[in-house]
Design a protein around this ligand. Sequence first.
Ligand code: HEC
Ligand code: HEC
Ligand code: HEC
Ligand code: HEC
Ligand code: HEC
Ligand code: HEC
Ligand code: HEC
Ligand code: HEC
Ligand code: HEC
Ligand code: HEC
Length: 566
Amino acid sequence: MRCLIRTIAAQKETLEYRDAEYVVSEISLGAAGDCTVHLEGRGVLPRHALITQRRDGRVQIKADGGAALLINDKPQRSAVLAKGDTVRIGQNLFTVIGAPFGFDLALSLAIEGAAQEADTLEFELGPMSLAEAGWSRRRWAWLCVLMVFSVGLILPLIWSLWPGEPEARPAHWPVTDNAWSSGPLHTAHRIPGLIDDCGACHEAPFVQVQDKACKNCHEIADHVARPEKAPAFANLDCAGCHREHNEPQTLVRMDEALCVDCHGDIAQHWPEKSALQNVADFDSHPEFTLSLLQQQVGTGDAAKGDANIEWKTERIPLNHPDLAEHSNLKFSHAQHLNADGIDGPDGTQVMQCADCHQPQQNGMLMQPIQMEQHCAGCHSLAFEATDPERQVPHGSPQDVLRSLEEYYARLYAIQGGPVESVHELSRPAQRPGKPPKSFYAAMKAWADERALEAATTLMEESACHSCHEVTVHADKKDASRWTVLPVKLTEVWMPKSRFDHGAHLQIECGECHQAAKSEKPTDVLLPDLKNCKQCHGGEGSNMKVSTGCVGCHGYHQTGIAKGQSQ
Ligand code: HEC
Ligand code: HEC
Ligand code: HEC
Ligand code: HEC
Ligand code: HEC
Ligand code: HEC
Ligand code: HEC
Ligand code: HEC
Ligand code: HEC
Ligand code: HEC
């Protein structure tokens, strides 16, 4: 039984009261020192009365032995106490007041004279009791349970089980299954079909979100080794790295631990094959490895003029002594970037990187080098000194030779005979009538000869030769005489990370690429890890740009930024 007894004492003008709380099985009242409530004054026996709680929870008072109790001013041996009842023992007047929440009984005790003030005090205590408002605690409890039940379970349940498509649900339902949400969805997911349909991700009740729910909408390239190949991935589901209901946090975990958990000790997670070096943090990051295109002997038929070359990507560490790009294109950056300038169509000009390297539309990497766009302005494919405007197409030897044959045949036809120089054409041909057959034969022979001569110069001495590796099959007298080795410039050197030129516009190209000093096309001009470390620190670095693994790598590797794997 928990009981509150408030003793009221009159002090001149003011009233003073003291509250005492008793948690006991019974309360004894009397003059004896060991009584629970010690009473004084005339007419109080050492053991006067006993307050106990009955089985039904109500509280009763009983006189002890021959003592007298005045209950509601009537002498009684015992009574069940209710609010408002008074019990007089000698000069002590007990009044039953409303018990605060959690108490079984509250009494005010006044020594005669101060008792009349008890009412005011009782008023202060009153509103603390539920019962006071006319409702038993039990009724309140039931009402609450019912409300929680319908708001938290029944209404949302009806909503979520509504037959048909999600759109068929009533527009103004008081409580939807949003009530069960553990937080707002990420903005990227606040879209029709997700915001109003928890089931799109939570496919089954009481089951964690399954990967296949995410994959219904997301076609993602998995991590290199995931999942069947590596045991480490068996327990790694989408929700492990992608948090929902966590706005404004990102949908993606970006911390280094995400990657370092495995990459700190890769062998442990990849027992079959562990060629990768451990990466415990950015400080201990290994030197970069590049993906370089390398020529291999292919299946082509060299006799037919096929280059017989295939390209394969090889991974070569950036600090490897034999690192070289074999693109079959001849080119010297140093020659073109000469600080004193280089001859161009409009006189000497100093070339800038941007004359040849323009960023791709997304700004990340550079557009591929194109002969017509970047070189042809200075490197003409003219073949006839007397007709510098005429150029051969930039194409295969076949195309080149055919266009030359056509050119010379036309000259012969117009002129009506062999011609030494284009200037002779100022005298138009004056031969009426149909020419004899022998004319065409002579024309073809002359044109073919001139074309082969011009092509040989282009291919073996001048234009083509200056930029290309051309193999000459000296015994041949047609287009199969030359094989122009295919040109393949590596476009993505670091496919397993991403790099954004757009984020580094403030930095001179030369800070990262030693192009101005490069004489040979085989030079590899890519920056190493040390370069990046000038400015980038790992996660949490505050001296430098803080970049976690995900800043430079995607988790879903293929096609993360470059549309290319390997
Ligand atoms: C875009 C997918 C997605 C949608 C839509 C979605 N959730 Fe979640 N929810 C998740 C993910 C992921 C988790 C965390 C992984 C887990 O616990 O299964 C999660 C966790 C929860 C949790 C915590 C459960 C736990 O195990 O920690 C509750 C509750 C929850 N979601 C309720 C909802 C409700 C209600 C809705 C509809 C308003 C909803 N979700 C819509 C993806 C989603
Ligand atoms: C009903 C289809 C649907 C489902 C199911 C779904 N998503 Fe999405 N998710 C989307 C759409 C639409 C976007 C927004 C795409 C965009 O912005 O390009 C998105 C965006 C994302 C993004 C990119 C956020 C960003 O900031 O760019 C991530 C990460 C993502 N979802 C992960 C998940 C995961 C994990 C799950 C499973 C728990 C999941 N999604 C389930 C439709 C879905
Ligand atoms: C080990 C952690 C990890 C797991 C597991 C994982 N993701 Fe991701 N996910 C990431 C990280 C990190 C990014 C951000 C990559 C970035 O910035 O390029 C991301 C990005 C995404 C994106 C944004 C678009 C994109 O391709 O970059 C989508 C969508 C996505 N994840 C869906 C999924 C789905 C679906 C699954 C489950 C099949 C899943 N993820 C499992 C870490 C993870
Ligand atoms: C569950 C373990 C695990 C997690 C988590 C993980 N990786 Fe990997 N990662 C691997 C394994 C296994 C390989 C393949 C090892 C091999 O081929 O020898 C790999 C390969 C790689 C590679 C090399 C790719 C290639 O083609 O050679 C890179 C880069 C990489 N992970 C980066 C990351 C980043 C960044 C993260 C964090 C977003 C991450 N990994 C998270 C296990 C993991
Ligand atoms: C006249 C045109 C031209 C100019 C100007 C030019 N480049 Fe290049 N660049 C090329 C060509 C052609 C290639 C491909 C052949 C090669 O690899 O050498 C190339 C390749 C590159 C490569 C990647 C290939 C490698 O070998 O590493 C980088 C990096 C590069 N250039 C940087 C620069 C920088 C930086 C500048 C300015 C300082 C610059 N380039 C100026 C034409 C040019
Ligand atoms: C602004 C004019 C200009 C542009 C544009 C230009 N070049 Fe040049 N290039 C020259 C000049 C001038 C020479 C020096 C010729 C000489 O010394 O005979 C030269 C020399 C060369 C040489 C050496 C030729 C030799 O015979 O030694 C090669 C190879 C070459 N350029 C390739 C290219 C390529 C490839 C491009 C396009 C990516 C290009 N150039 C763009 C002006 C240019
Ligand atoms: C100024 C240097 C230059 C000259 C001169 C030049 N080319 Fe090229 N050529 C290139 C470059 C750069 C590429 C690669 C980019 C492209 O296709 O535009 C290329 C590509 C080619 C290709 C395609 C190779 C492949 O595998 O895709 C052929 C064929 C070719 N050139 C033939 C010729 C012939 C024939 C000539 C002479 C008539 C010639 N080129 C003159 C620079 C030159
Ligand atoms: C400043 C950018 C940057 C940061 C930060 C970074 N990396 Fe790298 N990482 C690279 C580059 C660039 C490569 C070479 C990529 C390539 O060859 O395609 C690389 C290569 C790797 C490789 C080896 C791939 C291979 O085939 O050998 C792994 C594994 C790797 N990183 C993991 C991590 C992990 C784990 C973290 C976080 C602790 C991290 N990286 C942080 C830029 C970064
Ligand atoms: C902060 C260092 C940095 C700066 C500054 C920088 N680059 Fe690069 N560049 C790189 C890296 C790293 C790569 C390799 C990217 C890849 O292949 O993944 C690259 C690749 C290249 C390539 C070859 C691949 C491609 O994109 O075609 C060219 C060309 C190039 N850069 C030119 C330039 C030019 C021009 C500038 C100046 C406008 C420049 N870079 C400034 C770091 C830099
Ligand atoms: C001279 C300083 C400098 C150097 C050197 C440098 N960076 Fe950066 N990098 C920056 C700055 C500044 C940013 C922009 C940071 C931002 O926007 O928050 C940046 C951004 C990036 C980003 C985008 C990060 C993100 O979270 O979006 C990548 C990836 C990156 N750098 C990779 C590299 C790599 C790889 C190298 C070395 C080849 C390198 N950087 C060298 C200064 C540098």
